[in-house]
Every structure is written in structure tokens, then in C-alpha cells.
Design a protein around this ligand. Structure first.
Ligand code: ADE
Length: 228
């Protein structure tokens, strides 16, 4: 899989995408991540990527030309399954979408900025608009990093313990059960006996009950079939 990220602030993406699991996944050849500076696709002296909005509202709008130039250049080199735009008015991102994106061949993520992008980009180039939550960030870079991170970690082989991606919170619409490590008694707070029992069936049953109880208490919306 290949993920191309287009941004006006590439510095924001360097370290989140090049450490730990994402770094190893790239070294193993499971994914290739390329970051493109949108200003490299401008032709003017000031490398201008934004302009005043028609209609006279406050704020700047990202110009269509550099974006089309950049994405069409990428599309001439390979095919892309999705051209994603990060925006607070996109569809709300979740684990199901991360799983789906991880099965695709190549994706582009265009990071939003300023007041938004010229609507013609959204109409004619973008295939999917994603919001990572109902709040507004200063730009789409952190959203793009979150999408890339969540997609890469579910690619088979990306995390050491294959089973653990599948037992994550949200994979089955349940929050994860509590986990513990040594010591079994810390300041008098004891690890539940069942986890020390060595009985895999009992442990699995306890974990399932805990996951269900925590979900019901903390995120009842996940148990509502309408919410997915
Ligand atoms: N850009 C600004 N806010 C955002 C959000 N909530 N999700 C995705 N991109 C954004």
C-alpha cells in the first residue's frame, strides 16, 4: 500500500510518520508513505497556495491549481482508490473506515487548511471527506497523521503481535477489557484472580464480560446498531 499526503506544513508530519510502528512498517515494505509540499506545485514567485474568497468573507481559501497539479501528477504515476480530504465537515472517522482503507491499494490524503479549499477540488477530485471528530483543528495534518497511523497498524504484519490489532477497542464495537502486568499486588491493589488462574476459557469469559460492562457504562452508543 502507498499513502501520499499533501500538505503546506510537511514538518508537522515528519516525526509522527517516521517513528515506531509506522517506521517499521515502512522498513518492512508493508507501506510506503510519501509527503508532498503543496508549494512545490506552485509556479509563482511567492509559492502562493491560498487566495481571498469570492463573496468577501473572512479567511483564505486554498487555490485549486496547485492541488490539481499535484494530485494529477500522482494519478499519472499510479492509480488511487481514494483521494481523501481532511475536514471537520467530512464523515466521522472510525475503526471500520480505518479497516476498509487498510485493504486498499493506494490512497491520497489532502490536508485542509485556512478556511477550506476551493469547492471545485471537492467536487471534481476528492472521493472521500473525513473528519476525525466534532472539533476544529488548525489544519488537517494531525488528522492525516491519525488516519495514516490507524490504517497502517491494521495492515497484517505491521504490529508484532498479530492478534492484538483484532482485540483493540472498537474492532468489535466494544471497548477493550482492562489489562494488567506484574506485580500481581501493587500497594495492596490486586490483579483479578481469574487472570492468574491459567484457565484460558475463564479468562476469555471474564474479558468479554468486562468489555461489555465498560462499553455499556462508558460508550452505550457503540451498542446501538444505528450508530455504526
Ligand atoms: N481539519 C480541521 N479540523 C478537522 C477535523 N476535525 N477533522 C479532520 N480535519 C480537520
Amino acid at each position: 500500500m502507498r499513502i501520499d499526503i499533501i500538505t503546506v506544513v510537511p514538518e508537522l508530519l515528519v516525526s509522527p510518520l517516521n517513528e515506531s510502528i509506522l517506521k517499521r512498517a515502512q522498513q518492512k515494505g508493508l507501506v510506503e508513505i510519501a509527503v508532498h509540499n503543496l508549494r512545490d506545485y506552485t509556479f509563482d514567485r511567492y509559492r502562493q497556495v491560498d487566495d481571498y474568497p469570492f463573496g468577501g468573507e473572512a479567511g483564505m481559501v486554498m487555490k485549486p491549481e496547485p492541488i490539481f497539479r499535484c494530485i494529477e501528477q500522482l494519478q499519472s504515476e499510479r492509480t488511487y482508490d481514494e483521494v481523501i480530504y481532511t475536514s471537520p465537515d467530512g464523515i466521522r472517522y472510525n475503526q471500520h473506515e480505518a479497516n476498509r482503507l487498510s485493504t486498499l491499494g493506494n490512497i491520497v490524503i489532502l490536508c485542509g487548511h485556512y478556511k477550506g479549499i476551493d469547492y471545485r477540488v471537492r467536487e471534481h477530485l476528492i472521493t472521500l471527506e473525513i473528519s476525525i471528530g466534532d472539533y476544529v483543528l488548525t489544519g488537517g495534518e494531525l488528522a492525516a497523521a491519525i488516519i495514516a497511523d490507524s490504517v497502517v497498524r491494521v495492515i497484517p504484519g505491521a504490529i508484532g503481535d498479530e492478534a492484538s490489532a483484532l482485540t483493540d477497542s472498537f474492532q468489535d464495537n466494544l471497548l477493550a477489557p482492562p489489562v494488567y502486568t506484574r506485580p500481581a499486588d501493587f500497594r495492596g491493589w490486586k490483579v483479578p484472580d481469574v487472570l492468574l488462574s491459567g484457565n484460558p476459557k475463564e479468562i476469555a469469559k471474564w474479558q468479554e464480560e468486562q468489555a461489555f460492562e465498560r462499553t455499556e457504562r462508558l460508550r452505550p452508543d457503540l451498542l446501538d446498531p444505528q450508530s455504526v
